[in-house]
Design a protein. Structure first.
Length: 153
């Protein structure tokens, strides 16, 4: 680049000084569309092993996601969206989230989600299936619980 900066993934060198980038790119993708493609300050996602946060310059990794709230900041302003289970790929300068479905808080009926969670709990009382079926019911229950606890903006 002609301005004295040499770009590397989220690293910049100017006059011999190495600096981290201030932002990273968040891409949230479902099978039908690109939901978010935005420059963000940070991302917090619901990993299968627990919630994790990503700042610019983070070490790369890939992880599975459980249903939950994906939060992120743009210019210091917090935003969030509910995601179904999926996969996240984190690199030094970007987070790519692949998920089957997303839910914006204004689209969610917390009371209906609470009834759905109760119904799933009843289903679990008589459950006699295998591990694969149990994991699917567990995923549905987690998603219903997250949606039931949504606070509308």
């Amino acid at each position: 680049m002609g301005n004295g900066y040499h770009a590397y993934p989220s690293l910049y060198v100017k006059r011999g000084v190495l600096k981290l980038a201030d932002t990273l790119i968040l891409k949230l993708i479902t099978p039908s569309k690109l939901v978010i493609d935005e420059e963000v300050d940070e991302v917090v996602a619901p990993g299968d092993s627990g919630e994790f946060g990503v700042l610019p310059g983070h070490c790369p990794f890939i992880t599975t996601l459980m249903p939950g709230e994906l939060t992120y900041k743009v210019n210091g302003v917090g935003k969030s969206i509910i995601i179904d289970s999926g996969i996240a790929e984190v690199s030094e300068d970007r987070v790519i989230v692949l998920t089957d479905r997303v839910f914006k808080s204004e689209e969610i009926d917390p009371e209906a989600a609470s009834r759905e969670a109760e119904s799933i709990l009843e289903e679990l009382k008589d459950f006699g299936g295998g591990n694969k079926e149990f994991k699917e019911i567990e995923r549905r229950l987690k998603l219903a619980e997250v949606k039931a606890n949504v606070k509308r903006a």
